[in-house]
Design a protein around this ligand. Structure first.
Ligand SMILES: CCCCC/C=C/C(=O)SCCNC(=O)CCNC(=O)[C@H](O)C(C)(C)COP(=O)(O)OP(=O)(O)OC[C@H]1O[C@@H](n2cnc3c(N)ncnc32)[C@H](O)[C@@H]1OP(=O)(O)O
Ligand SMILES: NC(=O)C1=CN([C@@H]2O[C@H](COP(=O)(O)OP(=O)(O)OC[C@H]3O[C@@H](n4cnc5c(N)ncnc54)[C@H](OP(=O)(O)O)[C@@H]3O)[C@@H](O)[C@H]2O)C=CC1
Length: 266
């Protein structure tokens, strides 16, 4: 049984969800699970081919249609187009999942300014811009849910991923500021901090020979790497009314890895 099978199939009836980076990996699994539970879902990423494949996969698995639009979250014009599309098709969004991210292993002394900018724009600026595109409508409706995909304890530092660590720390700060500012409007804002989940993005961008990421499985107390399903069931919980008094948290979903970080060899 999938962990997400514990969630009611009508849990998200009447909700409209935008999932950035929803064409692959964790974002695709969250988009599929929301679709299967009644939400109207809009997925975005840069690649039309991946979006088309994701639409087919979700339709085959759920019997329901998702909408999709190519959108580079670093580009203000793309985010404006996304906003226009969602407003005209659905009248607004009640759920935003800020999942799109870029990452690659680079020692800090060799990281170019453009490399730093590429990651910070995709992660931190993208989270800001996409959220801002939809929060006005949420405030009007006095109903909204924002979920940011972060990392575990970004203040700890991530050797070789200093751009991503800094961007994710910024996202965590946005999560807390927004939770505070928008709670009075009926909007909840939370984060999920995944442990290592072997997705395409990780395989293509993070497993350089000297990357510490490759070693993580040995250190996970629950004895295995994570799956997109592990992250998705936590997302469904935080986005559901079962979490209606939870805002501003960064929920760690990592098999206990943060208790035993890979700096120590056990
Ligand atoms: C914090 C600890 C880790 C926490 C765990 C987090 C995991 C994840 O986030 S997994 C998700 C990863 N998924 C992805 O990264 C998918 C999307 N990524 C990409 O498509 C590429 O990685 C991309 C971001 C590089 C693509 O963006 P694009 O705009 O096409 O980038 P460019 O190729 O133009 O490069 C821009 C700039 O960055 C430099 N650069 C790119 N790759 C590397 C690399 N492997 N090593 C060093 N530098 C790299 C590139 O050279 C450019 O800079 P300049 O040379 O100065 O122009
Ligand atoms: N997997 C892991 O171990 C961990 C993942 N995370 C986080 O989980 C989230 C999902 O990662 P994961 O599923 O592993 O990775 P993937 O690479 O599979 O997914 C990332 C998605 O983001 C999209 N994307 C990247 N850049 C942009 C951009 N500029 N504009 C729009 N979309 C973009 C990609 O699509 P396209 O290339 O088509 O644009 C892709 O669909 C990310 O936020 C990541 O940082 C955090 C900790 C650990």
């Amino acid at each position: 049984m999938d962990p997400e099978d514990f969630f009611n199939p009508k849990l998200f009836d009447g909700e409209v969800a935008v999932v950035t980076g929803g064409a692959s990996g964790i974002g695709l699994r969250i988009a599929r699970a929301l679709t299967a539970r009644g939400a109207e879902v809009m997925i975005t990423s840069r690649s039309i081919e991946r979006l088309e494949a994701a639409e087919l996969e979700i339709a085959a698995r759920t019997g329901r249609i998702v909408s999709s639009l190519p959108c580079d979250v670093r580009e203000a014009d793309d985010v404006d187009r996304l906003q226009d599309f969602v407003m005209s098709r659905f009248g607004g969004a009640s759920i935003v999942v800020n999942n799109a991210a870029a990452n690659f292993f680079t020692p800090a002394e060799r990281m170019t300014r453009r490399a730093f900018d590429t990651v910070v724009q995709a992660d931190l600026y993208g989270t800001f811009a996409v959220t801002q595109a939809f929060v006005g409508h949420m405030i009007e409706q006095r109903h909204g849910n924002i979920l940011n995909i972060t990392i575990v304890q970004p203040e700890r530092g991530f050797p070789g991923f200093s751009h991503s660590g800094a961007a994710k720390a910024g996202i965590l700060s946005l999560t807390c500021s927004w939770a505070f500012e928008w709670g009075r409007h009926g909007i909840r804002v939370n984060g999920i901090a995944p442990g290592p989940v072997p997705t395409r993005g990780v395989a293509e961008n993070m497993l350089a020979t000297d990357s510490p990421f490759a070693d993580d499985a040995r250190h996970v107390p629950l004895g295995r790497l994570g799956t997109p399903e592990d992250i998705t069931s936590a997302a469904l919980f935080l986005l559901s009314p079962a979490a209606s008094w939870i805002t501003g948290v960064n929920l760690v979903v990592d098999g206990g890895l943060f208790l035993n970080p890979p700096v120590t060899d056990s």
